[in-house]
Design a protein around this ligand. Sequence first.
Ligand code: ADP
Ligand code: MG
Length: 394
Amino acid sequence: MSSALTTTSATATAAAEPAIVFDRVGVTYGRGRKTTVALADFNLRVAAGETVALLGPSGSGKSTALKALAGFIRPTSGTVRLAGRDVTGLSPSKRGIGVVVQSYALFPHMRVHDNVAFGLKAHRVPRNEIGDRVTEALDMVGMGAYATRLPRELSGGQQQRVAIARALAIRPKVLLLDEPLAALDAQLRQNMLGELQQLRKALPDTAMMYVTHDQSEALALADRIAVMRDARLVDIDTAHNLWQQPSTDFTASFLGGANLLPCEVKHVSGTAALVTVGEHTLRAEAPSAGVGRPDWAPNAEAHLCVRPHTVRIVPLTERDALRGTVITSVWKGASTRLHLEVAGIPVEFTADVPGHTPLTAGDHVGVQFADPAGVLIPPGIGTESATTDPEVRA
Ligand code: ADP
Ligand code: MG
């Protein structure tokens, strides 16, 4: 009786533990004067079945976080836990984690089958099970017919599928993907993104971490997005919340691109605000106070986050149209990106208008904001290197 009770409560505790925990993890590379802090006080929990994207610019510490979890590097401080077990000092092959990296890392002299079987041998899977496990993993990524090929006889996308199969063959509870689509061309990347979504559905109990600097991949795949900057996690939330109500300028810019217009809060009622931007009064959404969010006080300084696709170009004669001048106009195919100067607004800003417009530099246009024009962001958090144009960063 008592042993049955003990067993039950032990199971309950194990189930409550997140699949992945980073607890105040720090990683410093190098010694003496040439040290780089690659990860600082990094905390993150990922539940079984959850996918978290680590999103951030190059050098922000994303790969370092994955390597610390996979065991390829030893953290300088803090612990990593898998399902409640401290694995900080454990060798990579004992962690049971599947890892996929950008460069595929297949053995060039081994056939597809042997590449996938390699990890199973390292994990001491009994010999008579290996064949079935390899077939199962290759079938999951649609590569069952290619088992006897060499990597050089496959396209880049096919090689990456094999690398994913190799990671899946060990039936990992945790799957880590580090920019797995970065080496593929744009069309293939789109297709593979769809396949990764399918794969995620096929692995409902697997915790996944997906590293990318590409916001569209993070939006397509992640339950939550963790935004990284300069070795730190600066924001974490569902993709929807981060996009709708970013709590920092950096997140607003990195996820979706944003105009950050300096403004002054004039009046707040619930989540609706009136703000002044230069000489104009605009309606804004004011996220309710919470962690990292101020209670919007009258006359407080803030940034109005205006998404470029919400700005409309209208005839100058239209009611409420602000007077704008086109500074640059760049056609992008599905849309045209305009840089604008608007009378009474102290900063230049960007509008994305659908299709091709015949506008060129110097043209005068009417400019209309949406209603509300955008969402308020507290000023001064993480503004230094945030650029408003996602393509400048790429
Ligand atoms: P990301 O994956 O976000 O591009 P990384 O985690 O690879 O970033 O790198 C974070 C920082 O650590 C960068 O400044 C990078 O130059 C540095 N770094 C990464 N690996 C090493 C290493 N082996 N030795 C020294 N510095 C490194
Ligand atoms: Mg990286």
